[in-house]
Design a binder for this molecule. Structure first.
Ligand SMILES: NC(=O)c1ccc[n+]([C@@H]2O[C@H](COP(=O)([O-])OP(=O)(O)OC[C@H]3O[C@@H](n4cnc5c(N)ncnc54)[C@H](O)[C@@H]3O)[C@@H](O)[C@H]2O)c1
Ligand SMILES: [Zn+2]
Length: 368
C-alpha cells in the first residue's frame, strides 16, 4: 500500500492508496483513530447500495455501530440546508464531540461532509473515502470544504483537514466512463504543471487506464495525489504555489458559469480551459508549439468534450468575476513546458480574449 503524507500548519494526515482497501478499512481506520464506538457515514443511496456491504463488512467483527446518513446525489444538494439536516440527524442519533464522520462519495459528499465536520459542535474529526476519480485525486486532498450558495459555487466553507484519506481504486469500476475521463483531465493537468515523467507515462498508458486497467489507474491516482499533496503541503491556504493547481481553471470556471453548470462536467470544462491556456502561452512565446501540441493531443484523448454555446466576450467577462472593473491585467497560470507552469500577474484582457477565440475555433473542429 502506498502512503502519501499531506502536511498542514497544524497537522499531517496520511493518504492511503490501495486496490481493495475498502475491504480492510476498519483495521486501517483503527490504526489512525483507535477504537470508535459509532461512525457516521455520509453517503448517497446509490453508492451505499453498490459498496455499502463491503464498507460495513470490514467492521463486522468489531463492535462498531455504522450509522449511514444519506444525501441525494448531485451538485444541487451541496447546500447549507443539507448540512443542517445532516447535523440534526447526528444530534438525534446521539453524536457528541468525539464522533467520527466519514465521507463516502464523490467530491460533493466530500466537500459537504468536511464542512459538516468543521461546524458540528465547533469541529469534529472526519475521514475521506472518495469514490470518484476526481475526488480521489483532487477534492479529498487539501482540506478545503464547503457548500454552494444560490449566487455562486463554494462560497461558504472552511479549511478542515481530514484525519486520513482512504483511496480504493476498485470503487471506480462502477463509475460512469464519462466521469472517469472527466476526472482524468485533472491528472493531465497535474502532469503538465508538475511532472514531465508522469506526462510521458500518461501518453503511453492512457488507453489502458481508460479501459479500466487496475494497475494503471492505481499508479495514475498515486502520482496525481503526490503532486497535489506536495503543492498543498507547501502552501495550504493558497497564497502562492497552490495557485498552480488552477491551471486551466480561469477559463474553465468561466465556461462552467456561462453554461450554468449544466452542459459540461467539471473536467470537461477544464479541458477547454487548458486549451485556452496553451494557446495563450504559445502566443506569448512562453511555451513551444510542439509541446502545446503534445498536451493538446493527450487532453483530447479524454474527449470528445461537449461543445457549448457562449461568446468569447461573455467568457472573458466571466473570467474576471466580480473584480472586472478593477482589472486590466489579471493573474493567470501559464504552462511553460511539459511539467512546469508559472503564475503570472500580467495577462491582459486582449490576450485572454484572443486565447478564448482560439479555443472556440478549436472547439468547432474537435468538440461534439
Ligand atoms: N475541496 C476541493 O478542493 C475540491 C476540488 C475539486 C472539486 N471539488 C468539488 O467536487 C465536486 C465534484 O466532485 P465529483 O466530480 O466527484 O462529483 P460528484 O460527487 O457529484 O459525483 C459524480 C457522480 O458520480 C456518482 N458516483 C460517485 N461515486 C460513484 C461510484 N463509485 N460509482 C458510481 N457512481 C458514483 C455520484 O453519485 C454523482 O452522480 C464539486 O462540488 C466541486 O466543487 C472540491
Ligand atoms: Zn478542477
Amino acid at each position: 500500500m502506498s502512503t502519501i503524507l499531506v502536511k498542514t500548519a497544524t497537522v499531517n494526515y496520511p493518504v492511503y492508496v490501495q486496490p481493495r482497501l475498502l475491504e480492510t478499512l476498519a483495521s486501517h481506520l483503527r490504526q489512525v483513530v483507535g477504537e470508535q464506538r459509532s461512525i457516521y457515514v455520509v453517503t448517497s443511496p446509490e453508492i451505499w447500495s453498490r459498496w455499502g456491504h463491503l464498507f460495513q463488512g470490514s467492521f463486522a467483527a468489531r463492535k462498531v455501530e455504522i450509522v449511514p446518513l444519506f444525501v441525494p446525489a448531485g451538485e444541487r444538494f451541496k447546500q447549507l440546508k443539507t448540512v443542517e439536516h445532516l447535523a440534526e440527524k447526528m444530534v438525534l442519533a446521539g453524536a457528541k464531540r468525539d464522533a467520527l464522520l466519514i465521507a463516502f462519495g464523490g467530491g460533493v459528499i466530500g466537500d459537504m461532509t468536511g464542512f459538516l465536520a468543521a461546524m458540528y459542535m465547533r469541529g469534529i474529526r472526519y475521514a475521506q473515502v472518495p469514490t470518484t476519480y476526481l475526488s480521489q485525486i483532487d477534492s479529498s486532498i487539501g482540506g478545503k470544504t464547503g457548500v454552494n450558495l444560490r449566487v455562486g459555487k463554494n462560497l461558504v466553507g472552511s479549511f478542515h483537514p481530514p484525519i486520513a484519506v482512504f483511496i480504493d481504486p476498485v470503487i471506480l469500476t462502477t463509475l460512469p466512463p464519462k466521469e472517469l475521463r472527466s476526472g482524468a483531465v485533472e491528472s493531465v493537468k497535474a502532469a503538465v504543471l508538475g511532472d514531465a515523467r508522469f506526462f510521458a507515462w500518461l501518453e503511453q498508458n492512457m488507453t489502458s487506464l481508460l479501459a479500466g486497467d487496475q494497475e494503471d489507474i492505481t499508479r495514475a491516482i498515486e502520482t496525481s495525489v503526490r503532486i497535489k499533496a506536495e503543492i498543498v503541503s507547501a502552501d495550504e491556504r493558497e497564497s502562492g504555489e497552490r495557485m498552480l493547481l488552477n491551471l486551466g481553471h480561469t477559463v474553465g470556471h468561466a465556461i462552467e458559469a456561462a453554461t450554468r453548470y449544466r452542459t459540461l462536467l467539471h473536467g470537461e470544462a477544464i479541458a477547454w480551459g487548458m486549451i485556452a491556456a496553451l494557446h495563450l502561452s504559445v502566443a506569448r512565446s512562453a511555451l513551444s508549439p510542439a509541446e502545446a501540441k503534445r498536451i493538446e493531443e493527450l487532453t483530447f484523448r479524454l474527449g470528445p468534450f461537449p461543445r457549448f454555446r457562449a461568446t468569447a466576450k461573455v467568457l472573458l467577462d466571466r473570467t474576471a468575476g466580480d473584480k472586472k472593473h478593477l482589472q486590466t491585467a489579471q493573474r493567470f497560470v501559464l504552462p511553460v513546458a511539459i511539467g512546469k507552469a508559472v503564475v503570472v500577474e500580467d495577462v491582459t484582457q486582449q490576450e485572454l480574449l484572443a486565447a478564448i477565440h482560439s479555443m472556440l475555433r478549436t472547439m468547432k473542429e474537435r468538440g461534439v
